[in-house]
Design a protein around this ligand. Structure first.
Ligand code: HEM
Length: 129
């Protein structure tokens, strides 16, 4: 289980550095996987991307608080995304993109402890099937 306070602190400091990290997070996702970009072609107003990212944030906060409901939501989304062609560990690239952007936003203030706790968090989420 990752340390909730350490993960929360990265959320808060990233939000101070950038009020709306969504464009950066999707830019990172599409940098890692350019083939995912066309999946969002129909999302002309960004509504799906906004709501998907919100779900990801809620899922992370739920996992660090030990909320089983958010684990169910991750599990259901993992399954439903198979229908969009997002399979296996591809789903987890979204969470890694969030971590990458937070790390970039915090720059030199991102600590080794934060890196380690995020690694634990991503591993825990990846284990939710
Ligand atoms: C790289 C990973 C991911 C890709 C490529 C991806 C792709 C997509 C696409 C293409 C849609 C729109 C589907 C449609 O309406 O036709 C979508 C919707 C959605 N995704 Fe993802 N997804 C990813 C990861 C995640 C994760 C990790 C979560 C959260 C646990 C998530 C939650 C959602 C939700 C809640 C929606 C519905 C949003 C709405 O319409 O209001 N996705 N995703």
């Amino acid at each position: 289980m990752p340390d909730a306070d350490i993960i929360l602190s990265t959320f808060e400091r990233a939000a101070q550095a950038c009020a709306d990290p969504a464009p950066l997070i999707y830019a990172r996702l599409f940098e890692l996987r350019p083939d995912f970009k066309p999946l969002f072609d129909m999302d002309t107003d960004g509504g799906v991307r906004g709501s998907m990212l919100e779900t990801c944030f809620e899922a992370i906060l739920g996992v660090i608080e030990g909320a089983s409901s958010q684990r169910v939501i991750i599990s259901a989304a993992r399954f439903s995304h198979g229908g969009y062609g997002v399979v296996d560990e591809e789903f987890d690239i979204m969470f890694a993109s969030i971590r990458d952007v937070f790390r970039d936003l915090l720059g030199a203030r991102w600590t080794g402890t934060e890196e380690a706790q995020w690694a634990i968090l991503l591993k825990e989420i990846a284990a939710i099937s």
